[in-house]
Design a protein around this ligand. Structure first.
Ligand code: HEC
Ligand code: HEC
Ligand code: HEC
Length: 401
């Protein structure tokens, strides 16, 4: 199982680092460390899973059952108040808790394993400084046999090689910082990487299925990936939750609100530099002929239900996203698009872009076949091209929403 199977980053950089150094020299060492550690918690999105006060209790649905996140405040009884720095380092980088307890990789330790010692140490100072909350959590609610922690032993042997990322000297310092964030603390692959049958993340960002969502291809593919996005487009999306191509919703809206929105500008530029350099994936596969019956039926559903907002030309408007050239529409698996139609969605609102427009749910109006038809149409019109959608996919998403 993996963290990803859950429903739910030049010169600017150098000046930021100089600023951090000055801050470290002027403030008291403990305070400075805890502040720098708070930033590590932003990069790693600890709040996204352990809650705003880090007391846990957030339920994560996985294909193997439910996990509820533990309390990681310094409370000695119900939190991690008795942890040493070494215990913390082992949990973060090896997935092993005190007493040899093997953690499930729903805790993204396969990514945190790449964090540097210094970053883990300041994060620990921050975790020590938050308010202790007394609140026990019943973490392991997985189904047999996944509820047996020892099973993780085999999983770790098979899939987990804790390795630090050696800097790539052929690439710039900014690119290397971006890779450190994307492949490390920010654990983007936890959602955007495809899984093998045991739920381990493959080391590519070509897209991954969550519960009822599909985290899209982040490579340079111009149809399914972000090959048409500029570096600024990527930064805007991570800072504000939107840009001219796309709007963040669902689990990505949470990632923006808890993590990327609060990242330093230099780190966002670094992430964008790294992503923009990813080689294009193979893409979603073959499209559907314009004369296809399913596509024709879908065109009628589109005119009646969708064109008012997204436009007959699929270009959207200032507040409604375009569907033409929209990578969320043309992923290999249509789960995110299907979810939009059957569950509706409220787009992310950030201080930079405060109004989040809403997409209404059509669950009451369109059956699975009609939704599959309209999705097949939007995946194969206005220059889009992707495989047809089966009603069974819509049925699955309806059940998971
Ligand atoms: C994607 C969700 C997710 C994110 C993000 C996440 N955690 Fe966790 N974490 C979990 C889950 C689930 C567990 C419980 C794993 C288990 O018990 O097998 C856990 C367990 C832990 C533990 C072990 C606690 C114990 O009971 O001994 C520590 C320490 C921890 N997390 C710290 C962190 C820190 C620090 C961050 C941010 C850098 C973080 N986590 C981010 C899901 C997450
Ligand atoms: C918890 C799962 C999760 C994590 C972690 C996550 N994403 Fe996403 N991401 C998604 C989902 C789901 C979508 C599609 C939803 C949408 O576009 O509304 C998405 C969409 C995106 C998009 C828009 C792509 C497009 O074509 O529209 C970008 C860019 C992106 N993510 C980048 C990142 C980066 C960079 C990170 C790491 C800092 C990251 N994501 C971490 C789940 C996640
Ligand atoms: C009342 C206006 C409205 C109507 C009608 C409407 N939509 Fe939407 N749609 C939106 C808004 C607003 C969003 C952005 C919401 C978000 O991303 O959370 C959206 C988002 C989407 C997305 C996801 C785009 C992305 O980048 O993530 C898809 C796919 C979509 N709509 C398809 C459809 C289809 C198919 C129909 C007809 C069955 C339809 N919409 C009808 C307003 C509308």
């Amino acid at each position: 199982m993996s963290s990803s199977l859950i429903s739910r980053s030049g010169s600017r950089l150098r000046s930021l680092m100089a600023f951090a150094t000055v801050a470290l020299l002027t403030a008291s060492p403990a305070f400075a460390a805890s502040n720098a550690g708070k930033y590590q918690a932003v990069l790693g999105d600890c709040e996204g899973c352990h809650g705003k006060n880090l007391a846990g209790g957030v339920a994560l649905e996985t294909p193997f059952g439910k996990l509820v996140t533990p309390n990681i405040t310094p409370d000695r009884e119900t939190g991690i108040g008795t942890y040493s720095l070494e215990d913390f380092r082992k949990a973060m980088t090896q997935g092993v808790g005190p007493g040899g307890k093997l953690l499930y990789p729903a805790m993204p330790y396969p990514y945190y394993a790449r964090m540097r010692d210094g970053d883990i140490a300041v994060l620990w100072s921050y975790i020590r400084s938050v308010k202790p909350v007394k609140q026990a959590q019943n973490v392991n609610q997985l189904r047999f046999p996944f509820n047996i922690r020892f099973a993780m032993h085999g999983w770790n042997l098979l899939y987990f090689q804790p390795t630090a990322l050696a800097p790539d000297s052929a690439k710039s310092a900014v690119w290397n910082r971006g890779r450190y964030l994307v492949e490390g603390a920010a654990h983007c692959g936890a959602c955007h990487a495809p899984k093998n049958f045991l739920g381990a993340d493959k080391p590519v960002l070509t897209g991954g299925l969550l519960q009822g969502w599909y985290a899209p291809d982040l490579t340079g593919n111009k149809v399914s990936g972000i090959g048409n996005w500029s570096g600024d487009d990527i930064v805007d999306y991570l800072k504000t939750g939107r840009n001219a191509h796309s709007i963040a919703s669902g689990p990505m809206a949470d990632v923006v609100e808890n993590s990327t929105m609060n990242m330093a500008g230099g780190d966002l530029v670094a992430i964008a530099t790294y992503l923009a350099d990813l080689p294009p994936s193979g893409g979603p596969g073959g499209g559907v002929d314009r004369r296809d019956m399913q596509l024709q039926a879908g065109a009628r559903v589109y005119r009646m239900n969708c064109a008012a907002c997204h436009g007959l030309d699929g270009k959207g408007s200032a507040i409604f996203p375009p569907l033409a050239g929209n990578a969320n529409v043309t992923q290999a698996l249509a789960d995110t698009a299907a979810r939009m139609v059957v569950a509706g969605s409220k787009a992310v609102a950030t201080p930079a872009a405060p109004t989040g427009p809403a997409m209404p749910s059509f669950a009451w109006k369109l059956d699975d076949a009609q939704v599959a038809n309209v999705l097949t149409y939007i995946r194969n019109n206005w220059g889009n091209s992707a495989p047809a959608v089966e009603a069974a996919v819509v049925e699955r998403v309806r059940a998971e929403k």
